[in-house]
Design a protein around this ligand. Structure first.
Ligand code: PEP
Ligand code: MG
Length: 574
């Protein structure tokens, strides 16, 4: 039986299915006698306490590997303690005489149905966090154990209704060949975590758990989003070869991690690291030539109060010290759009991506902006700091930000506080400044192209809205032409230019970017080895003629076909 889903992470696997029942016994509607109300109320309180203990443990174990993952369990603890839910459940037990398990199930159901109907995928996908907490509470209510992804005996293909964040953190990832789910979005927490592990994932296979059996043989081709249950022997043979090749390829890619990055014709390409705020990000410092973007908004995200100047100084210094003489591009906070923070009250906006975001928000909150600039200037003593401004739309934006920087430096001087020299640069992610890149290049020391936003503003397609994902196309010829203009403008001024959006680590796009004259790319740590391998196979002259062919294309499909043809021909040459 052949089934189709959505590929969330590539790869091929052959193995037996492990049905992961994170869905425990479904409670039945039960009305309890008045005499049992107190015991159900007490049981609810002790289940909540147990749940908080389990979540605390998960938070600690996740936090050791990556503080960002620990945040998921902080959010789950908040759900357990949610005021409205904790009024509703006891009220249903007391007033309606619902059994505790039925009350938990139904009250969470009400929240879930609201979340799932929200058109914003980021909100609707948070439903899986509520689902995760409900499952935990019910499991504890029934006193049952987790089906144990942390204790797998042999390599298996995990099949679940939905992979929950706690499953993704708990699972013994070396024994997971692939993950298949009936539901779950590409940007759900669990998908993001599992993707980081390099495990093939297919989401959204309708009715999968009714069709698949525990222990059943399956082949998974997550490159195509295909699962075959009970495959015949020739398919098993075929896919075993593909799976072996996938694993071999994964091993080969890893060998590039600590290599210096040069093209086959010995041109040095600078590899930058995109970091947020995690120790895990810094663990990859030795494999990069620089920090291509430090997204400082993450310092503001996890807290109720604004980070102080000293607190920021400590964070920036840590990254600078870690990189020594190598450049560290620290971006001033990019809050707003999809990134809201609890420590700032922001009025609701109809179009937040077009609203008071990033640099604009800094200009309208001069105190907050100055605090960050002061922390950056002070930290600059520790290393090679390049300050980058996000969401720059005009030359005026650049000049205004420079005034803030000069005033902050003057203040520090007056106070006798030491501060260091910095370079000042901009993100090119709004078409208005991209079009004026030749003039912008005269105003700043460097720039980095933020293709994630540049593409959304250029194509007028929200980067978060899956309804318009076909319109959000980084291969759009206009996007590529604009990138070319920006690279040429900065190269002509002799100023460093890089790409730090996702397009910069898109393996198919890299030869094109090199052909357009780019010598610097920045990416998440997990992308580094594969990017270095692609670059090691590039010859600049070939990349330039590839770029010429791409620039002659008039549709995104043509662009993709040319790039795919090129990368396939490189694979055959290798
Ligand atoms: C970008 O827009 O490409 C970028 C790197 O910034 P962010 O993804 O943080 O908006
Ligand atoms: Mg951006």
């Amino acid at each position: 039986m052949k089934l189709q889903g959505k590929s969330a992470a590539p790869g091929v696997a052959v193995g037996s299915i492990f049905i992961h029942s994170n869905y425990i016994k479904q409670p039945k509607e039960t009305i309890i006698p008045a005499g049992e109300v107190d015991s159900h109320l007490n049981q609810y309180l002790s289940v909540k306490k147990e749940a908080l203990k389990e979540l605390e443990k998960l938070q600690l174990s996740a936090g050791k590997k990556d503080p960002k993952k620990a945040v998921i369990f902080i959010a789950h603890k908040e759900i357990v303690e949610d005021v409205i839910i904790n009024e509703e459940i006891p009220a249903k037990i007391k007033n309606e005489h619902w059994s505790g398990d039925w009350a938990i199930c139904q009250v969470y159901e009400t929240v879930l149905s609201v979340l799932k109907k929200t058109p914003d995928p980021l909100i609707s996908e948070r439903a899986s966090d509520f689902e995760d907490v409900r499952t935990l509470l019910l499991r504890l209510w029934y006193g049952s154990k987790n089906s144990g992804l942390g204790n797998l005996k042999e390599p298996v293909i995990i099949a679940a209704k939905e992979l929950l964040p706690s499953d993704a953190v708990n699972m013994e990832k070396d024994k997971v060949l692939a993950i298949l789910t009936e539901t779950g979005g590409l940007t759900s927490h669990a998908a993001i975590i599992a993707k980081g592990y390099g495990i093939p994932i297919i989401l959204g296979i309708p009715g999968f758990l009714e069709k698949a059996k525990h222990g059943q043989l399956a082949v998974v081709d997550a490159n195509e989003g295909i699962v075959i249950l009970d495959p015949d022997s020739s398919s098993v043979e075929e896919y075993k070869k593909k799976a072996d090749a996938f694993l071999q390829d994964k091993k080969d890619i890893e060998t590039y991690l600590d290599k210096e990055c040069y093209t086959a014709c010995a041109v040095k390409i600078d590899i930058g690291l995109n970091i947020s705020n995690t120790d895990e990000d810094l663990a990859a410092a030795q494999y990069a030539d620089s920090v291509g973007v430090f997204r400082t908004e993450f310092l503001y995200m996890e807290k109720d109060i604004l980070p102080s100047e000293d607190e920021q100084f400590i964070h920036y210094s840590k990254v600078l010290e870690c990189f020594g003489d190598r450049p560290v591009i620290i971006r001033t906070m990019d809050i707003g759009g999809d990134k809201n923070v609890p420590c700032m009250t922001m009025p609701r906006e109809d179009n937040p991506f077009l609203g008071n975001r990033a640099l604009r928000l800094c200009f309208s909150n001069p105190g907050i902006f100055t605090t960050q600039i002061r922390a950056l200037l002070r930290a600059a003593v520790q290393g090679n700091l390049w300050l980058m401004l996000p969401m720059v739309a005009s030359i005026n934006d650049i000049r205004k930000a420079k005034e803030f920087i000069s005033s902050a430096a003057a203040e520090l001087k007056k106070e006798g506080k030491p501060f260091g020299k910095i370079k000042i640069g901009i993100m090119i992610e709004i078409p208005s400044i991209a079009i004026m890149a030749d003039l912008a290049a005269k105003e700043v020391d460097f720039a980095s192209i933020g293709t994630n936003d540049l593409c959304q503003y250029l194509c007028a397609a929200d980067r978060m809205n899956s309804e318009v994902e076909d319109y959000y196309d980084p291969y759009h010829p206009a996007h590529i032409k604009l990138i070319k203009e920006v690279i040429t403008a900065f190269n002509s001024e002799g100023k460093p230019i890089s790409v730090c959006g996702e397009f910069g680590s898109d393996l198919m796009a890299i030869p094109l970017l090199i052909g357009l004259g780019l010598h610097k790319l920045s990416m998440n740590a997990s992308a580094i080895p594969a990017v270095k391998r692609v670059i090691a196979g590039c010859i600049v002259k070939d990349c330039e003629s590839l770029a010429e062919r791409v620039l002659a294309c008039i549709t995104a499909d043509e662009v993709k076909a040319v790039l795919l043809g090129y990368s396939k021909s490189r694979m055959h040459d290798a």
